[in-house]
Design a protein around this ligand. Structure first.
Ligand SMILES: Cc1cc2nc3c(=O)[nH]c(=O)nc-3n(C[C@H](O)[C@H](O)[C@H](O)COP(=O)(O)O)c2cc1C
Length: 256
């Protein structure tokens, strides 16, 4: 009933984007569980255009290193434009930035401090797992981005009951080529400027002044260690297993 509280109400209203994480790792089955929840997202014509790459352990550390190097070298390669215009959205964005820097004790005039805060993004805020979401370049991208956003929100909300949390990170999309090269992702898949990490939350950032499948190639790829062949697997959606299509790659296996 609208207006009544429920377990979902609690989950939705308590979700926040933490910017610091414990080093506690999740088991593969915990991660698969979150991905299976995410996979139930609706999509335009059931196209399920998302694909997700999860990095953990040495692969996570190596990718963070690559991202920090790309930042130092100024090797930016965003797939999508950014900007908030010069009105309300810019104001909100600035208010959020001020709130995040204030929480770290960083002054607006402190360029080094602000850069260090940005670089924490590239180290996934210390989270031991990071999930990269890609989408195909279809038309103007709006539909696929909307679908992938639905997937991403399922992903985030699925973490909450286990006492976990994640944060979407546009800034990772600024280094899309670095990420693609590291993960072996083809250029036609675009890094939707969104990525989440998972771990127990230890600090929640301020929200600022704004109170407030069906088994069609549902790809996930796990990268446990740098230099080790990645594990590709697929998860047929429980909603329509009969329609599940195995991915083209013969090396793919069903997720445990
Ligand atoms: C698509 C998207 C991209 C985001 N990118 C970043 C990011 O790069 N870095 C960051 O620290 N927070 C990022 N955020 C987190 C937002 O700042 C945060 O969701 C917003 O301030 C509201 O706070 P809450 O999630 O705690 O409710 C992003 C959020 C979304 C939805």
């Amino acid at each position: 009933m609208p207006g009544t509280t429920s377990a979902f109400t609690e989950i939705a209203r308590s979700r926040r984007s933490p910017r610091q994480f414990l080093p506690t790792t999740l088991s593969p089955s915990d991660i698969y569980g979150v991905l299976e929840d995410a996979q139930t997202a609706p999509s335009n014509s059931n196209t399920q255009p998302w694909s997700v790459h999860v990095v953990s352990g040495a692969a996570r550390d190596a990718l963070a290193k690559e991202l920090l190097l790309a930042e130092e070298d100024g090797r930016t390669s965003p797939d999508f434009t950014d900007g908030y215009g010069d009105g309300l959205y810019l104001e909100r964005s600035r208010a959020l930035g001020a709130s995040v820097y204030r929480a770290r004790g960083v002054e607006r005039s402190d360029r080094d401090g602000r850069r260090a805060a940005v670089r924490e993004n590239l180290e996934f805020y210390g989270a031991p797992h990071a999930a990269f979401l890609f989408m195909p370049a279809l038309g103007d991208g709006v539909r696929a981005a909307g679908d992938t956003g639905m997937y991403a929100q399922n992903f985030l909300l699925s973490l909450a009951p286990g006492g976990l949390a994640g944060i979407p990170q546009t800034v990772l999309g600024v280094y899309a080529d670095t990420v693609r090269e590291f993960l072996g992702v083809p250029a036609e898949l675009k890094l939707l400027s969104l990525r989440s990490c998972t771990s127990k939350r230890v600090m929640v950032s301020s929200r600022g002044s704004l109170g407030q499948g069906n088994g069609l190639a549902p790809w996930m790829t796990c990268h446990p260690e740098a230099g080790v062949p990645v594990k590709r697997c697929w998860t047929p959606s429980p909603r329509s297993v009969t329609k599940a299509v195995r991915p083209v790659s013969s090396s793919a296996t069903r997720c445990p």
